[in-house]
Write a protein that binds this ligand. Structure first.
Ligand code: NAI
Ligand code: AKG
Length: 392
């Protein structure tokens, strides 16, 4: 059995090298799985053969999650694997912004070939007097893998840190310094900060979360840093807030033709996660999760299914992705009992509308038995994908 993997974007070799043995990369039109970074799958017809998609990164807004679930495709990401890279760039932009470094470097470069550069520098540097971030207030919107480390390290740089995340996870909450002040309403953060950085995923709920009302609540001259996604910010409202000075500077990792025309915008070519360490971490985590899923059916770090892990020790395993509705497991076990197959082990987990069941069977199935069982499972209302794996 060879698993065919289709890759998009540049995936670090450390991850690709894990996909050896029963894996082939980019050689089939009907791949079993996809490994990608920012390539958008929206509007792209996915072959029915695709069982899994792994995002070597954090954001999964480039993947049509609901369509994937309905077609029995498990979607993975690499939580935290690029958080340090983003944090370092956010903090460097924070300092660079406070010291007017972007404009200063631009001006200095314009002196090339002119007379008395040193004299001009000394005469004009007052135009770029900045501020120290020590003692200033930073607002962090979204305290996940990235927001939490930005918040902690900004404290270490002597900033006051205030954060908003109504859904903060227990695991991350344990890592956040108690000196990070938590607020329960976004407005409390917006109105009191000198700097704001946003680290929430892009979804239907968060699109345009920074709108005219949000800008209106901000302190005049706020420096706003966006390494999350461009669409979180309403473009029209941003243009107005920059024009009237509400936003003193907008630093974004998501350039487009709209922001290019605006004053006080610093545009970066989506470099947040672009370090060799981060690209390696993401590729390794995504490739490993894909490999484990394809070979054993176990799931770790999926964004549409729960974590499921059961050692594969029986001769065969059925993996079934299905709707989270009553009597599914009863139907699976009845079907196996009818055929006198003995269940050695079983695990069923659900996550909102979807569920996943692993059934280990003592019997080694012939190819006819396997086809029969899979056809029967697929005929059960609510089953979107069933596979049979053997214990190599
Ligand atoms: N510029 C770049 O290269 C990169 C950008 N990103 C972007 O940053 C986002 C965040 O990444 P991570 O921190 O790794 O994700 P994460 O999933 O660890 O954290 C996201 C946090 O946002 C919170 N959140 C969700 N909705 C919210 C809301 N309405 N208000 C406040 N908080 C809310 C969640 O509770 C969670 O704690 C990604 O989804 C991605 O879009 C991530 C990595 C690299
Ligand atoms: O792969 C990249 O460079 C983009 C990273 C990113 O935006 C993410 O992980 O959400």
């Amino acid at each position: 059995m060879t698993y065919q993997i289709q890759t998009y974007n540049q995936i670090a070799e450390a991850g690709l090298s894990l996909l050896q043995g029963p894996f082939a990369l980019n050689t089939a039109e009907q791949p079993d799985a996809i490994l990608l970074r920012s390539h958008s799958l929206h509007g792209q017809q996915l072959p029915q053969s695709v069982q899994a998609i792994a995002r070597a990164g954090a954001g999964t807004n480039n993947i049509p999650l609901e369509t994937c679930s309905q077609n029995g495709v498990v979607v993975f990401n690499a939580p935290g694997a690029n958080a340090n890279a983003v944090k370092e760039l956010v903090l460097s932009c924070l300092i660079a912004s406070a010291r007017n470094l972007f404009q200063a470097i631009h001006w200095t470069n314009s002196l090339a070939g002119t007379k008395d550069v040193a004299g001009q520098v000394e005469a004009n540097k007052k135009a770029f007097i900045g501020h120290e971030i020590s003692g200033k207030k930073l607002g962090v919107i979204g305290l996940g893998n990235i927001g939490s480390v930005v918040a902690n390290d900004a404290l270490a740089l002597d900033m006051d840190v205030i954060a908003y995340d109504p859904f903060v996870s227990v695991d991350v909450a344990w890592t956040i310094s108690r000196n990070v002040q938590r607020v329960h309403h976004l407005d409390e953060l917006l109105s009191s900060c000198d700097y704001i950085t946003i680290h929430v995923p892009l979804s239907e709920k968060t699109t345009g979360i920074i709108d005219a009302k949000a800008f209106c609540a901000m302190k005049k001259g706020i420096q706003f840093i966006n390494f999350a996604r461009g669409e979180l910010v309403d473009e029209q409202a941003l243009a107005e807030a920059l024009a009237d000075g509400t936003v003193g500077k907008y630093i974004t990792d998501f350039p487009n033709n709209h922001v290019f025309g605006l004053k006080n915008v610093v545009a970066i070519p989506h470099l947040g996660a672009s370090t060799s360490e981060s690209e390696e971490n993401c590729a390794v985590m995504a490739a490993r999760q894909l490999k484990i899923f394809l070979e054993t059916g176990n799931i770790r770090n999926s964004v549409n299914l729960p974590n499921v892990s059961l050692p594969l020790t029986s001769p065969g395993r059925l993996t079934i992705m299905h709707q989270n509705v009553p009597n599914m497991v009863g139907q699976f076990s009845g079907l196996l009992a009818d055929r006198k197959f003995n269940i050695a082990d079983m695990l069923n987990r659900s996550r909102s509308d979807w569920a996943y069941t692993l059934i280990d069977i003592d019997n080694k199935l012939s190819s006819e038995q396997k086809d029969d069982i899979l056809a029967r499972l697929h005929s059960i209302q609510g089953v979107v994908r069933a596979r049979h794996l053997t214990n190599a």
